[in-house]
Write a protein that binds this ligand. Structure first.
Ligand code: GUN
Length: 293
């Protein structure tokens, strides 16, 4: 990747993972515990299976303990809640992640809210959403947290920047907007009912696209020099071949953007790196020790 405008999320995430591995070794030596992450997968969704496998592999590679639970697609909510209760009580488990989406018979928000908020490394529990909104010490959703690090790496202080977040999901859009607000950005949240999306985007110094619409954001929507973060991962077919594209039309945007994340290799690798970071943070808090420098 020779174009200096292209943000290399893969290399950035690798640096973070190396730092985490050193911090894990340091807590093991100084305090004698190993941080542990439990990942729960319900059903057979192919993309979820890949994500869960990658999470387990990278957890182990960082020196942390990985506990994987694979449940049948027909699992009842009651059974899943019993497992969550058991993991909440298990001192070896410092972080709990239930892979989404869940099968229809299960109320995902009820399951998330059954996780001990201090073990909720996804940051999706209503208590962690509240802490993020009110300035408390909580756990922050991994994907927006990773996007924020990439933005700060490129731009330094974000104070006063105009940020447009496209998408209002609980997983990305809303926490992303909250994180940018906490950095003193002026934040606009755009969504499917926004009247003039190109007009909103044209005013932005920072654009975060998280809508799940392939190549929707076009180059001529951008202000010259805007930093573009593409959270989308869309599998599209062209000429009989499948490829991954983001929510941003990379070819038209790269010319006008000041910096831009590619898909793949941009935001994607950051999500797991931030998950490992949150697991380490959660473990240190549970043990009442400082996070190693
Ligand atoms: N499915 C897609 N993204 C995520 C995520 O960040 N966390 C969980 N638990 N499930 C997901």
């Amino acid at each position: 990747m020779s174009n200096p405008k292209i943000i290399d999320g893969k290399a950035f995430a690798e640096n973070i993972r190396n730092k985490i591995a050193a911090q894990v070794a340091s807590v093991q030596k100084a305090h004698g515990f190993t941080p542990g992450l439990a990942v729960v997968l319900v059903g057979e969704d192919p993309a979820s299976k890949v994500y869960v496998r990658n999470k387990g592999e990278q957890t182990k590679a960082s020196g942390m303990a990985s506990f994987e639970y694979k449940l049948d697609a027909t699992t009842s909510q009651e059974t899943l809640l019993k497992l969550i209760d058991q993991l909440n009580k298990d001192a070896k488990v410092n972080g709990i992640l239930v892979q989404l989406p869940l099968p229809k018979q299960i109320d995902a928000q009820a399951v998330i809210n059954a996780i001990d908020p201090d073990k909720d490394v996804d940051g999706f529990h209503v208590v962690n959403a509240g802490r993020l909104a009110t300035g408390g010490q909580g756990l922050v959703p991994c994907t927006p947290y990773g996007c924020l690090l990439l933005l700060k790496d490129r731009l330094g202080d974000l104070t006063g920047k105009h940020a447009v977040v496209i998408g209002r999901s609980n997983i990305v859009g809303k926490p992303m907007a909250q994180l940018l607000l906490n950095e003193s950005c002026t934040v606009t949240i755009a969504h499917s009912k926004t009247k003039d999306l190109p007009g909103e985007v044209r005013r932005a110094d920072i654009v975060v696209a998280a809508v799940g619409r392939p190549e929707m954001v076009k180059g001529d929507w951008l202000k010259e020099g805007a930093v573009v973060i593409d959270v989308g991962i869309n599998r599209v077919e062209k000429d009989g071949k499948f490829r991954l594209v983001g929510d941003v039309d990379f070819q038209s945007c790269v010319a006008r953007a000041g910096a831009i994340t590619p898909v793949p290799g941009g935001v994607g690798p950051m999500t797991i790196a931030m998950l490992l970071h949150s697991t380490l943070v959660a473990a240190c808090r549970q043990h009442g020790v400082e996070l190693p420098k």
